[in-house]
Design a protein around this ligand. Structure first.
Ligand code: HEC
Length: 151
């Protein structure tokens, strides 16, 4: 009897540990892609601050952020291997059922980021329009392929 109780208690601890772990976040490739997305978010913050005039415009810094987005966007498809959906991932099943559209959205982001980088390197005044293109590229993919839109 006592050992049964002990077993049950041990079982509960295990369950709680699992839940806590899931809330903690992801591991492996899922964590990798979340980290990549967070890197992109940080780069967007740098650009967004300048676009809103909260931070003084610095073309070199902005171009660096655009380059970061360009580089990371190219890695998106590799970080979504089949069978990596489900909790704690926010990736919708559509990522894999509409794979071509998903990779096209990733490519669209790469292109938008390149266009922004080129504009910034050329000191082009229309960089804000190109920045909006990048914002739209993030949103387009999230709308179809990401379950929660917290960012
Ligand atoms: C090709 C599709 C696609 C593009 C383009 C894209 N994302 Fe995502 N993003 C996703 C998916 C899918 C997830 C959910 C990933 C998961 O939870 O497994 C996600 C998750 C995120 C997250 C949450 C990460 C976390 O810690 O859970 C942030 C932040 C984010 N994206 C920011 C961005 C920004 C900023 C851009 C544009 C610069 C961008 N994303 C472009 C598909 C995309």
């Amino acid at each position: 009897m006592i050992s049964k109780l002990a077993q049950m208690a041990a079982g509960c601890v295990l369950i709680f540990a699992t839940v806590a772990f899931a809330h903690e976040g992801a591991t492996g490739v899922v964590k990798e892609r979340m980290d990549l997305m967070d890197t992109q978010k940080d780069a967007m913050k740098v650009l967004g601050g300048m676009a809103k005039g909260q931070v003084p415009f610095d073309a070199a810094k902005a171009a660096e952020a655009a380059h970061e987005i360009e580089n990371t966007a190219a890695k998106i498809p590799d970080l979504f291997p089949e069978g990596t959906g489900g909790h704690p991932s926010e990736a919708k099943p559509e990522v894999w059922t509409q794979w071509e559209e998903f990779t096209a959205d990733a490519e669209a982001l790469t292109k938008a980021a390149t266009a922004l980088k080129v504009a910034l390197e050329g000191d082009a005044p229309e960089w804000q329009a190109k920045f909006k293109g990048v914002v739209d590229a993030c949103k387009t993919c999230h709308k179809t392929f990401r379950a929660e839109k917290k960012d």
